[in-house]
Design a protein around this ligand. Structure first.
Ligand code: UDP
Length: 339
């Protein structure tokens, strides 16, 4: 944390109201929750999405309002000048789950350089404050535990995760340097594993996979011996953190947001089985290459600068997520790749 950040901590500006706000990747899991919050304040939300992993259904609850415009667009191309000027831009566009971001690694890398460039150029042109969704993947397979923002990470530059990890690292550089040299106000969040309603059922993420598998009575697929750890943040906690970070007048460098409660994947499997009352078995599959062994955020900086900490436990969040997937499976019984 820099001296200025610490001295002025907690200084927040008023939330935007009645403004045009751009969210790239707005039809995704996080984008849809963020749109909801920002629209509830009377803003007009422009959701840009190429619908590669986003779904229009995620925005259905806002479509009936006059506060949402959905634009099908890929941020690797310049953001259309036909759109009005924005006061704020949130850059969330990028496939985030390993199966999706590895399916076309060149595209993932380019979203994080060409896409970041297009977003920043537009922010500069409009005088918009810009928020960038980075990731705990910038720490790679960490040698420091838990991970503070000051840790530089342990990333393989040429492995299967590199397109995402190095892409996000490069994007952090580009956002930071636009902030330093071009007068653009930049906020960067490093997001740790997040879960909740509107996760895509075929995303391949561990929480969605386990919940769907348990509900369908299929074996839960634990990769490796299940001793690797993750720390799971419920989506409403994360979105509250996004809002505080965007409004912070002091957080000029990346901030971790995530839940510091750490679980092994094996523990998660058993918790899901218990909470769903499922009779599913647990099956072992090979551990993916470069899968991080441990991950837990150090959230001291978010506490200090934003007065933020998560309040929803894994168990409470799972309860809500299980209910969501139960309803989804009733409506769309055959949509899941987790089966
Ligand atoms: N994982 C698993 N079974 C699954 C999906 C994932 O055991 O069906 C493991 C995966 O190997 C990793 C952890 O769960 O160790 C979290 O995986 P996820 O893809 O959700 O997120 P990330 O690896 O990006 O943290």
């Amino acid at each position: 944390m820099t001296h200025t950040e610490a001295v002025d901590s907690h200084r927040l500006r008023q939330p935007a109201t009645d403004s045009n706000i751009l969210i790239t990747g707005g039809a995704g899991f996080l984008g849809s929750h963020l749109s909801e919050l920002l629209a509830s304040r009377g803003n007009h939300i422009y959701c840009l999405d190429n619908f590669h992993t986003g779904r229009a259904a995620n925005l259905a609850h806002l479509s009936a309002t006059n506060r949402l415009t959905i634009v099908q667009h890929d941020i690797r191309s310049e953001i259309p000048n036909t759109l009005p000027p924005f006061s704020e831009i949130y850059n969330l566009a990028c496939p985030a789950s390993p199966i999706h971001y590895q399916a076309d690694p060149v595209s993932t890398a380019m979203i994080n350089c060409q896409g970041a460039w297009n977003v920043l150029r537009r922010a500069e042109q409009d005088g918009a404050r810009v928020f960038h969704a980075s990731t705990s993947e910038v720490y790679g397979d960490p040698e420091m535990h838990p991970q503070p923002e000051s840790y530089w990470g342990n990333v393989n530059p040429v492995g299967p995760r590199s397109c995402y990890d190095e892409g996000k690292r490069f994007a952090e550089t580009l956002f930071t340097d636009f902030g330093k040299t071009r007068g653009v106000t930049v906020r960067i969040v490093r997001i740790f594993n997040t879960f909740g309603p509107r996760m895509q059922p075929d995303d391949g993420r561990v929480v969605s996979n386990f919940v769907i598998q348990a509900l369908l009575g299929k074996p839960l697929t634990v990769y490796g011996d299940g001793s690797q750890t993750r720390s799971f943040c419920y989506v409403s906690d994360l979105i509250r953190g996004f809002d505080l970070l965007m409004r912070s007048e002091t957080a000029n460098s990346p901030v971790n947001l995530g839940n510091p409660d750490e679980f092994t994947i094996e523990e998660l499997a058993h918790l899901v089985l218990e909470m769903t009352g499922s009779k599913s078995s647990v099956t072992r599959l090979p551990l993916p290459v470069d899968d991080p062994k441990r991950r837990r955020p150090d959230i001291s900086k978010a506490k200090e600068l934003l007065n933020w900490a998560p309040v929803i436990s894994l168990r409470e969040g799972l309860l809500r997520t299980i209910k969501y997937f139960e309803a989804e499976l009733r409506m769309r019984p055959a949509t899941s790749a987790a089966e």
